[in-house]
Every structure is written in structure tokens, then in C-alpha cells.
Design a protein around this ligand. Structure first.
Ligand code: 5GP
Ligand code: ZN
Length: 120
């Protein structure tokens, strides 16, 4: 199931080019076009879910496959030793810009504090 005006559905369909680093029958991992770290890969379910909340509740097994693909990419990219960050921006407060669920896999350098600002 795909949504024609969704950017990441169009990447899954091959209509928009992307640098794919891993593909499984249900997931796709490709480099972010505007990397925020030496390694910045987006990991998505091929099926359209608007965000990680609808993905996690709608298809927990598929959410797990996204995590498994992220872990495999982390290993391929040599991130397991020094560590990495896996992030799902969700909704307005989360700063989500593309409404097709995606994990940001970030690594290759120390990433600093979890948040830019202390909001507590
Ligand atoms: P969000 O802010 O929704 O969590 O993250 C969306 C991410 O998608 C951003 O990091 C942005 O750089 C990335 N992005 C936006 N358009 C494209 C594109 O056409 N190709 C790729 N590879 N990444 C994109
Ligand atoms: Zn989509």
C-alpha cells in the first residue's frame, strides 16, 4: 500500500533516486540527502505508515523489521563498537517533516547531548 504524493513512497517505487544501502522485502535503508553526521541513514517500512506511532500500533512485526534493518546497517557501517543513535521524529513537537515513518540512524562521530536544549 503506497501513497502517491508521499516522498518516501516514491523512493520505494523508484520514482525518486536514493542511495540505497540495504533493502529487504519489507524495508528500505537509504542515505539522508542532508546528513547531520558522518553516517546518516533513513530506515523505512516500504508500506506507508505516517509515523512510528501508527506503525508500532498497526504492525508491530514490521516495526521490528525496521529495527532489524537499522541494526544490520549499523553493523555494515561499522557503528556497533563506538555506538550510534536511532531516532524517530514524530509530529510537530518531534520536528517530523516527512510523514512516512522513518528511523534516523546516526553515527560515525560523537553525537553530543540527546537534545540541543534542556527543556526540563
Ligand atoms: P524528519 O524531519 O521527517 O524526521 O526527517 C526527514 C529527513 O528526510 C530529513 O533528514 C531530510 O534531510 C530527509 N530528506 C528529505 N527529502 C529527502 C530526499 O528526497 N531524499 C533523501 N534521501 N532524504 C530526504
Ligand atoms: Zn509513504
Amino acid at each position: 500500500m503506497s501513497t502517491p504524493d508521499c516522498l518516501f513512497c516514491r523512493i520505494v517505487a523508484g520514482e525518486i533516486p536514493a542511495t540505497v544501502v540495504r533493502e529487504t522485502p519489507t524495508t528500505l535503508a537509504f542515505r539522508d540527502i542532508n546528513p547531520k553526521a558522518p553516517v546518516h541513514v533513513l530506515v523505512i517500512p516500504k508500506e506507508h505508515y505516517a509515523d512510528v506511532a501508527t506503525l508500532g500500533q498497526g504492525d508491530p512485526a514490521l516495526a521490528g523489521e525496521v529495527l532489524a534493518t537499522a541494526a544490520a546497517v549499523a553493523e555494515d557501517e561499522g557503528l556497533l563498537g563506538d555506538g550510534f543513535r536511532l531516532m524517530f521524529n514524530t509530529g510537530a513537537y518531534g520536528g517530523q517533516e516527512v510523514f512516512h515513518a522513518h528511523a534516523h540512524l546516526l553515527g560515525g562521530a560523537p553525537l553530543g547531548p540527546m537534545l540541543a536544549r534542556d527543556l526540563a
